[in-house]
Ligand binder design. Structure first.
Ligand code: ADP
Ligand code: MG
Length: 290
């Protein structure tokens, strides 16, 4: 009963927070793998010019990524549908659209198109470009740059659900509040003024890189609960050497062989990500069930 109806649109999940280093990329890549392990057809879309997700999927942004492997031609208007850029990844069942520093050109291309053509809605460029992918994939995971850039706005506008990783530190909490304020201001200016609305099927806040023994983090955790309430997923991703090691080996906790490290730490990290994927899968299935 929870199967995705074959004619339904693939569900898009955008991982965003305008801070860097909050585990956006780690979360996006791990979620993509977890959803694939659960039997879903997954597209991972890397929209950060730093190309970290691309790197974690075994492609080197500097050496191996050409413009046509990225979303740049879509944003610049050379292409209307993102299908041209989709390639298989090393992980069976996950296709990717890569990123590289050249993708930063989208930050010039989008406002330039808007200036030339007042009818162009720069914030809907990606949403429109995902039409084909939505029928080819069950889940589309988008990794975004640490900025509320033109590209990030596109990624949020294309999203059915948003996942915001948030380490329980005071500065990260403060900046996450700014992020939402800015984004809702933008929505009001761009969208509501045209009589349209943007709603999300779900918004999740994920406590990431949590050091359990840290007293400061438990104070901030209370602020997060007060600020975001039931949007906070009932799971914490622990800060572990396992997660760091996985990225050093260009993968995630799902790539590491069991027994590769301290067994207890390994299970703690892997179980937390597993549970995160399970919780998000439930929300996606609720969308499919209508
Ligand atoms: P962002 O995409 O928000 O900049 P990343 O996913 O690149 O963040 O993570 C930033 C750094 O933190 C990376 O070096 C990553 O390996 C590390 N990291 C992420 N999650 C964890 C974790 N749970 N435990 C330890 N290190 C982590
Ligand atoms: Mg990143």
């Amino acid at each position: 009963s929870h199967m995705r109806p074959t004619d339904a649109a693939g569900t898009t999940i955008t991982v965003a927070n305008f801070k860097g280093g909050v585990a956006k990329t780690t979360t996006a890549v791990t979620l993509a793998q977890g959803m694939s392990m659960r039997g879903h057809r997954v597209l991972l879309l890397d929209l950060d010019p730093q190309g970290s997700a691309t790197t974690l999927f075994g492609v080197l942004p500097d050496a191996e990524v050409e413009q046509e492997h990225t979303a740049l031609p879509l944003f610049s208007g050379a292409e209307e549908d993102l299908s041209y850029a989709i390639r298989p990844s090393y992980w069976p069942g996950i296709d990717i659209v890569c990123a590289a520093p050249l993708l930063f050109g989208a930050e010039f291309a989008l406002p330039a198109r808007q200036t030339r053509d007042a009818g162009f809605e720069f914030w809907r460029c990606l949403d429109r470009g995902l039409d084909q992918a939505r029928s080819d994939y069950d889940v589309i995971v988008i990794d975004t740059p640490p900025a509320l850039s033109y590209v990030t706005i596109n990624a949020l506008m294309a999203a059915d659900g948003v996942l915001m990783p948030l380490p329980p530190s005071a500065l990260d909490f403060a900046s996450s509040a700014q992020f939402w304020d800015l984004f809702s201001d933008l929505c009001n200016q761009l969208i509501l003024s045209r009589g349209q609305d943007k709603t999300f099927e779900f918004i999740d806040v994920l406590l990431s890189r949590v050091e359990s023994a840290d007293a400061a983090s438990s104070v901030v955790r209370q602020w997060v609960m007060q600020g975001y309430g039931d949007k906070v997923l009932p799971i914490e991703i622990p800060k572990t050497a396992v997660a760091a090691t996985a990225s050093a080996e260009f993968g995630t906790v799902f790539d590491l062989p069991r027994g590769a490290m301290n067994a207890k730490t390994f299970s703690r990290a892997r179980d937390a990500y597993d549970r995160m994927c399970e919780l998000i899968e439930q929300q996606v299935q609720a969308v499919w069930a209508g």
